[in-house]
Ligand binder design. Structure first.
Ligand SMILES: Cc1ncc(C[n+]2csc(CCOP(=O)(O)OP(=O)(O)O)c2C)c(N)n1
Ligand SMILES: *[C@@H]1O[C@H](CO)[C@@H](O)[C@H](O)[C@H]1NC(C)=O
Ligand SMILES: *[C@@H]1O[C@H](CO)[C@@H](O)[C@H](O)[C@H]1NC(C)=O
Ligand SMILES: *[C@@H]1O[C@H](CO)[C@@H](O)[C@H](O)[C@H]1NC(C)=O
Ligand SMILES: [Mg+2]
Length: 953
């Protein structure tokens, strides 16, 4: 053991023992003088005349150790090709010792190398030693921080976490592997490598986005899963991009190889529904025994679109849901792993948005392990053109996630950091990043020529020996495996592939349903069909309505002081309940409350949803006298109810909508709603809408019942807080505008089943109540896009009676006129169709003009699927009326373009469908209040003036 003569320990011991207070240590004296109070040290250590140098040298050694901890990763040998620096900077930090002349930076020189220094408590390089010679200190720091692993962690604010990481990487001998581990690692490298080679041999002209150059990814993932399974994880949910996806399916998730191979056969058609997706996008779910831990584990890979990183929040939401439904409050049983490409991880904002969900109470999944397949290129783009941060992983620093960079050509180093990453997650329940620095042997896909753009890099790559071969040679050389064993292992796996290939030709085995990432056991019949094609009444009993109403209008806990304004609101609710009526907030209460009583979990998430953007909801009460004391009355409805989750989200649409979509994937027995602050803002989540919600079922045969609540309405608030852009949602509906469908008895439900999503704009709270309950009571799941009111929330006429919500009642797809016009339809000159809030303005204006018996106004509450049957009945009822579509939105926006061709089809094009509404415009609304009013009165006049369209006829 190294003795500790020149240690701080002795310095302090002596100082404390003898020196008078204030003299044991003084602020730095002028150079060259000796410290009076230290004379005893001098006399004790005798041989060292210059105590000042002693102190300085110790301080220098401390800084040196710290320099390696902070900046060692900048000099670690991370690039397997040895041509690029992973941090885009070839300079060596001046405080990292690369040669003895750099010791000068610390005021040290070569003669100090053999002196022994006491080690601070913030390092573990000593192992059991408390002091080491400088030479050994530097050597051990080099070993820990500058080999094939670059540890980036010193930005972490928590000391315990830093210490934990330091001891994982600094302790001498930590990187030790048993023979068994090495052989398993080699076997995994063989599978990973030979899988790609097999595909290349069989389908040399097919795109597969192979893993060549990053084969270590497979053992990396398997290590993370093994370790996590040992630590008790039962379910791992993964999201990943194109690169190496087939390999992950085959060798990590262990999808049957024939199921993968048959997809390369373009003649094979899926034997079931759906338009399908390319083979490197499909999801997957598999339950198996983990050989290392001997425990069952469920692995699922979430289906994803090409849009890189878009799947991240979806994976997190699904993970959160699985944790929630199995009571895993700390994430000990369910975890997520996200894979990334280097260019996408740095470039896509959703990565950042998802990181910011990672520590929020209602969104955390208690730590995600991120693995970056950092092949140092994005398609043809060099990292220097792809990011401004040193590493592609710097975004992870915002949540204090440690980042382990590792040279992917060193499988043992990869395995080591993956073990540490899994342990980190199990210990701290926080995110962690493994940056696998590798290369891409081929072009972006197998057809691409990389030499066009990266000639130098690819000259080097052509010379580069594959990692499997390198590792095998290492193990053969050290005697861990024989060449014969290695070759046998290869032959064994090749045979497995060949046999599966034969099976893949055998039969019609391609079923998209085999590729579901979330099966819903018990929800469908055995052949995957809905159990029926009918939907029961969505009404509830009078008692339930009053009981839920009672909860909604009171404070269910004792000694809880609510705000005076809220007291008035609750009192108002109480009066409405007595009157057997509901306003919007109460309609929502009735829907959520009744579903909760039926055991359906309800989760409402979005910006400020707890109170509601328009302060109408108040689902969370705050005690005015006790800080942070809250009460959620919705959780006090009945003792056996399902839990209600309402959560104010972070200010992210893309991230949070993706999250809720993922949450809704986990179980069909939950109503998951995302509310936009204003409908306008949904477009920052456009990718989730376009890539997942709209075509999700068609691409991946995966149903999803998510509800989007999008506040919408032209109320003079200017271009931004007005429109949820109904036209965009309607444009993406898959019902045919030109074909009048066959009207069968189950038409309304079948239509819902066939559509890609439901678009609704309710004009009263009763209907709002029904459509939300229908989401759960219908025998399948469909996304529901709902435009929701702003001013209508408080409109005295926008109320519904209990009578409209009782057993036997149901959602009205279309609400016909029920006034004098309907009583004498032959005398009606005009039939106006409209949707949403404009109905109230139209009826007010019609009344003002005393035209209630000449004009009928009909509300289309469900826009898509289009209520062909009901529109037909209405138009036939008023044979002498002309037809008008009236909307408050601009002509190129709103519903007109969707509704018009469908109405024309319905009436067999016998008459025109006139338009009353705002003219075409670029912006959704004017910013000028007076112009807004003027537009309104002008088009209302058009709508109600029977002569308005005479000129056009
Ligand atoms: C959002 C998005 N933009 C652009 C693309 C087109 N694209 C496909 S792969 C790719 C490069 C990805 O590079 P990287 O993330 O490093 O992954 P790699 O292919 O190198 O594994 C690009 C730009 C895409 N798929 N998604
Ligand atoms: C794994 O699950 C299967 C069935 O799901 C069960 O029969 C088996 O006992 C489980 N094994 C372990 C080790 O838990
Ligand atoms: C309840 O009904 C009465 C009588 O119809 C009416 O005057 C009162 O305004 C109603 N109250 C509410 C809150 O709707
Ligand atoms: C959520 O936002 C509302 C404002 O809409 C606020 O009153 C409430 O305190 C927030 N809740 C939490 C838990 O932050
Ligand atoms: Mg890349």
């Amino acid at each position: 053991s190294y003795c500790s003569v020149y240690s701080w320990d002795i310095f302090f011991r002596n100082a404390n023992a003898g020196a008078p207070p204030g003299t044991a240590y003084q602020s730095p004296p002028p150079l060259g003088t000796s410290l009076a109070g230290l004379s005893q040290v001098q006399s004790l250590v005798g041989a060292q005349p210059n105590v000042e140098k002693l102190v300085e040298d110790h301080l220098a050694v401390q800084s040196l150790i710290r320099a390696y901890q902070i900046r060692g990763h900048h000099v670690a040998q991370l690039d397997p090709l040895g041509i690029m620096d992973a941090d885009l900077d070839s300079c060596v930090p001046t405080d990292i010792i690369t040669s003895s002349d750099k010791l000068g930076f610390y005021g040290l020189d070569e003669s100090d190398l053999d002196k022994v220094f006491r080690l601070p408590t913030t390092t573990f390089i000593g192992g059991d030693e408390s002091a080491l010679p400088l030479r050994e200190i530097i050597r051990r720091l080099e070993m820990a921080y500058c080999q094939h692993i670059g540890v980036e962690f010193m930005f972490i604010n928590d000391l315990d976490q830093c210490q934990w990481i330091r001891q994982k990487f600094e302790r001498p001998g930590v990187m030790h592997f048993t023979l068994e581990e090495k052989r398993t690692l080699l076997a995994r490298m063989i599978r990973s490598t030979r899988f790609e080679e097999f595909l290349q041999r069989k389908w040399s002209s097919e795109k597969r986005f192979g893993l060549e150059g990053c084969e270590s990814l497979i053992p990396a993932l398997k290590t993370i899963i093994d370790k996590s399974s040992e630590n008790g994880v039962e379910s791992v949910i993964m999201g990943m991009p194109h690169r190496g996806r087939l390999n992950v399916l085959a060798n990590v998730i262990r999808k049957e190889l024939e199921q993968i191979f048959c997809q390369f056969d373009s003649k094979l058609e899926a034997a079931d529904e759906g338009s399908g997706d390319v083979k490197y996008h499909l999801g997957m779910y598999h339950r198996r025994i983990n050989r290392v831990s001997d425990r069952n584990i469920t692995l699922s890979l979430v289906a994803n679109p090409s849009h890189l990183e878009a799947v991240n929040p979806v994976v997190q939401g699904k993970t959160k849901a699985e944790q929630f439904y199995c009571g895993d409050t700390d994430g000990n049983r369910v975890m997520s792993i996200l894979l990334h490409g280097d260019a996408a991880f740095a470039g896509q904002g959703i990565v950042y948005e998802t990181f910011h969900l990672s520590d929020l109470p209602s969104y955390t999944t208690h730590g995600t392990v991120h693995v970056v397949a950092n092949n140092q290129i994005g398609f043809t783009t060099d990292p220097r053109m792809a990011r401004s941060s040193p590493y592609p992983t710097d975004v992870a620093r915002v949540v204090n996630a440690p980042i382990f960079h590792v040279n992917a050509d060193d499988p043992e180093a990869v395995m080591y950091v993956c073990n540490v990453a899994a342990e980190w997650r199990a210990t701290f329940h926080k995110d962690v990043v493994v940056d696998l620095v590798c290369y891409r042997r081929n072009g972006h896909n197998e057809m691409d020529e990389p030499m066009f753009t990266q000639p130098l890099m690819y000259k080097q790559i052509k010379k580069q020996k594959g990692v499997m071969q390198k590792y095998a040679e290492k193990l053969i050389a050290e005697g861990s495996v024989t060449r014969q064993e290695y070759e046998e292992e290869i032959a064994k796996y090749d045979k497995i592939c060949e046999e599966a290939y034969t099976r893949s030709k055998d039969e019609k085995i391609l079923h998209i349903k085999h590729w579901l990432d979330s099966p819903w056991p018990g929800f469908f019949t055995l052949d995957g069909q809905p159990k029926s094609m009918s939907c029961p009444s969505t009404g509830i009993s009078e008692e339930e309505l009053s009981q839920i109403g009672q909860v909604a209008s009171s404070v269910p806990v004792e000694d809880f002081t609510i705000h005076g304004g809220l007291t008035r609101i609750l009192k108002g609710r109480g009066e409405m309940i007595k009157n057997r009526t509901v306003d919007w907030a109460l309609g929502e209460y009735m829907a959520f409350g009744s579903l909760l009583k039926e055991g359906i979990h309800v989760r409402l998430s979005g910006q400020d949803v707890e109170r509601g953007t328009f302060s109408h909801r108040h689902h969370v009460l705050h005690d005015q006298n006790v800080d942070k004391r809250i009460c959620i009355p919705m959780n006090h409805i009945s003792p056996n109810q399902a839990p209600y989750t309402v959560c104010n989200s972070s200010l992210s649409e893309y991230g949070v909508l993706g999250f809720e979509l993922g949450f809704a994937m986990a179980s069909p027995n939950a109503l998951i709603l995302w509310e936009a602050q204003f409908g306008d803002f949904h477009n920052t989540a456009q990718c989730i809408i376009d890539q997942f919600i709209c075509p999700g079922q068609a691409k991946w045969v995966r149903q999803n019942g998510i509800v989007l609540l999008l506040p919408h309405g032209m109320e003079g608030m200017g271009p931004e807080h007005s429109s949820a852009r109904p036209e965009r949602f309607l444009q993406m509906c898959n019902d045919d505008p030109d074909v009048f469908p066959k009207i069968t008895e189950d038409f309304a439900v079948r239509q819902l089943y066939d559509c890609n999503w439901i678009v609704v704009n309710c004009s009263n709270p009763g209907n709002f109540f029904h459509v939300m309950r229908r989401q759960i009571l219908m025998p399948f799941r469909k996304p529901l896009i709902m435009f929701t009111p702003k001013s209508l929330l408080r409109h005295p006429e926008a109320r519904s009676s209990f009578d409209e919500m009782l057993p036997g009642t149901h959602f009205q797809r279309l609400i016909p006129d029920s006034g004098p016009a309907a009583a004498n339809p032959a005398g009606v000159k005009r039939l106006i169709f409209c949707t949403g809030k404009i109905y109230y303005e139209l009826t007010r204006e019609r009344k003002a003009r005393s035209m209630e018996d000449t004009i009928a106004i009909c509300r289309m509450e469900q826009l898509s699927p289009f209520p062909f049957d009901l529109v037909k009945a209405e138009t036939e009822k008023y044979p002498n009326a002309d037809l008008v579509w009236c909307q408050e939105e601009h002509k190129n926006q709103g519903y007109y373009d969707y509704v018009k061709p469908r109405m024309r089809t319905t009436i067999d094009r016998v008459k025109p469908v006139w338009y009353a509404g705002r003219g075409p415009a670029a912006a959704p609304a004017t910013g000028n209040k007076a112009a807004h009013q003027q537009e309104l009165s002008r088009f209302l006049d058009n709508a109600l003036n029977l002569d308005a369209f005479k000129d056009h006829a």
